[in-house]
Design a protein around this ligand. Structure first.
Ligand SMILES: Nc1ncnc2c1ncn2[C@@H]1O[C@H](COP(=O)(O)OP(=O)(O)O)[C@@H](O)[C@H]1O
Ligand SMILES: [Mg+2]
Length: 347
């Protein structure tokens, strides 16, 4: 019996099931409200059988890994239980959407894209350093809230290595994000996630896939032989994407090297410079704001740069994207989500 707390006998009837938030190959995800606590969650209804084939080994792996993980950029699993048809994962509810829907109207500003990818890299670094390979990194599995806080989700295809040098051979994942070594049926390791991260970054920056086609065959051919169209990207973007999209896995950077890539630093330096110049301009406008004040601003911007936050200063940015915002808009968001639960109640 798959249950986080078997003694409590939790079931889906403990929740009011609301609107569908999304679906994938194996599951549907609904916004749900716990009947007693009135707290909202995203519950993933995973079908135990697909086309008559039992998927329990994959589901167990997803539950086992998510239950152990503790990282601010990875979705939190609160509870899980099962009935005859489904396993239910009670997940933290992300008010925004997944990246594929969030930026449907067009790519984000470069500074936003860098902030998003930095958080995905942080999540993936945690996974790889703990011997977890995600194996389905893609825009649809990256959730983003209204403050552009990122949560990596969907560990349904993940693998846990029993030793750092272990390789694997299963052919799975999403075709357009699939690395050449998997298509070539070679043994592979966590570098498969780096390739998919490269595809994810390209899609985020350009709004299209680097390798594409009208059917499975032409997409596969494109992945194996097409040259990437970098026309609309800057030299910095190209260098970053190339470091991930090398067809030979050993030529790809690993996640720790990716985290230190110039692409992130350029952005930080740029915003640091911007903050310094705005502080200098403010001081010029108001002489009472002397060098002392400018010094403290520059100190804050340094911290802000290092921690990967965008915005004018660490402090003001925190209040924009952090607690104070939550107390204002978080409440109204939660209210509107509740009414969505009420309106579209299924059970
Ligand atoms: N915690 C969540 N909060 C909000 N939406 C979610 C959440 N989890 C999943 N979704 C939505 O549901 C979709 C499918 O979830 P996912 O876990 O990727 O399922 P699958 O394993 O079937 O692909 C996601 O792409 C996303 O749009
Ligand atoms: Mg998915």
């Amino acid at each position: 019996m798959l249950s986080k707390s078997p003694e409590l006998l939790n079931t889906i009837d403990d929740y009011i099931v609301g609107e569908k938030l999304g679906s994938g190959g194996y599951s549907d995800v609904y916004l749900c409200q716990h009947r007693v606590s009135e707290k909202e969650y995203a519950i993933k209804f995973i079908k135990k059988k697909i086309n008559g084939r039992c998927k329990m080994h994959r589901i167990r792996q997803e539950v086992k890994v998510l239950d152990k993980i503790n990282h601010r950029n990875i979705i939190k699993l609160y509870d899980y239980f099962e009935d005859d048809q489904h396993v239910y994962l009670v997940l933290e509810y992300i008010t925004g959407r997944d990246l594929s829907k969030y930026y449907r109207k067009g790519p984000p500003k470069r500074s936003h894209a860098v902030g998003i990818i930095r958080q995905v890299v942080s999540a993936l670094r945690y996974c790889h350093n703990n011997n977890i390979i995600h194996r389905d990194i893609k825009n649809g599995n990256i959730l983003i809230d209204d403050n552009r806080r990122v949560k990596l989700t969907d560990f349904g295809l993940c693998a846990v290595k029993t030793s750092p040098t272990q390789t694997m051979s299963d052919d799975l994942g999403t075709l357009r994000y699939k690395p050449p070594e998997m298509i070539r049926r070679e043994l592979y390791d966590e570098k498969v996630d780096i390739w998919s991260l490269g595809i994810t970054t390209y899609v985020l920056l350009t709004g299209r896939f680097p390798f594409d086609g009208s059917d499975k065959e032409s997409i596969t051919k494109s992945i194996m032989s097409d040259t990437i169209d970098y026309a609309i990207l800057s030299q910095r973007d190209i260098s970053f994407i190339k470091s991930m999209l090398s067809r030979e896995p050993h030529e790809r950077l690993d996640i720790n090297q990716i985290a230190k890539h110039e692409w992130f630093k350029c952005y930080c330096r740029k915003c640091h410079r911007r903050k310094l110049s705005s502080a200098t301009a403010a001081a010029a406008e108001d002489p009472s704001k002397t060098s002392d004040k400018t010094g403290s601003t520059s100190h804050r911007s340094h911290r802000s740069g290092r921690s990967g936050r965008s915005g004018r200063s660490g402090k003001s940015n925190k209040s924009r994207s952090g607690r104070s915002n939550k107390s204002k808009s978080g409440k109204s968001r939660s209210r509107s989500a509740r009414s969505r639960v009420d309106k579209s109640t299924r059970t």
